[in-house]
Design a protein around this ligand. Sequence first.
Ligand SMILES: *[C@@H]1O[C@H](CO)[C@@H](O)[C@H](O)[C@H]1NC(C)=O
Length: 312
Amino acid sequence: MDRRNQSTVSEFVLLGLTNSWEIQLLLSVFSFLFYLASMMGNLVIVFTVTLDAHLHFPMYFLLANLSVIDVLFCSIIAPKMICDIFKKRKSISFCGCFTQIFFSHAVGGTEMVLLIAMAFDRYVAICKPLHYLTVMSPRMCLYFVVTSWVIGFIHSLIQVVFVVNLPFCGPNVLDSFYCDLPRLLRLACTNTQELEFMVTVNSGLISVGSFIVLVISYIFILFTVWKHSSGGSSKAISTLSAHITVVVLFFGPLMFFYTWPSPTSNLDKYLAIFDAFITPFLNPVIYTFRNKEMKAAMRRLCSHVVHYWKIS
Ligand SMILES: *[C@@H]1O[C@H](CO)[C@@H](O)[C@H](O)[C@H]1NC(C)=O
């Protein structure tokens, strides 16, 4: 950030979601509840998987990692947005703005790659069940997790490095409730057309690319299940449909956001709310309400906790 002294902008002003006081109140209550619920739901998953030896399988490790990502993801934007709702003038510092952009892209990119790892895990479990434990070894699992983080961070770094060095010489009002890259680019006092293109390609590629890979893998897996359909397949289908639901909910808004020509309507703001609050909340709901082992593990965990309280 050595070029920062050339820019005169030291903070950005966020316009928030809407001017209407009633809608803001409604949104703040709604966001706060969803934020709390996502944090709790995901933390419960992380604790359950870590503490219960019955769940020490690749699928649950990946699931717990997804929950860690969701906890981080909803903590990047939500707390500041909730605190800001009642402020007349919402602002964010130059550094704060870029930190938000950097981490939301890094964690978002990581989540996409991790979803692919989870699809691969299901592919091996369903299509090559005899080799499952050898292919998805703990080392392989760790390799997937580390790779996701590395790809996520590289994806984010490439964009932020270019944008942070742009001259921001005056205009500093962002019509959004958080720092988003497409809107920020338009505040730079230089022609950013190429950079806008780069951001669209970079973010578009990782989101559309991951989405296509995921859709193809799940079609392939569903086809395999359907071909060998027997007694055991209904469980497989229920797990698969949970995964597919998460994929569609996560990518739907994102792809719209980054591939839509220009953010002129307000629709993309509301879609961003969806990704920031609702998807991290839905992950635990979708995975746990449909998974017997997970529910059993939570009951065990609960009874341990109650037991511990009673004796102490
Ligand atoms: C994330 O995945 C790695 C590799 O499988 C695993 O060792 C780790 O425990 C997981 N993290 C959580 C929070 O479960």
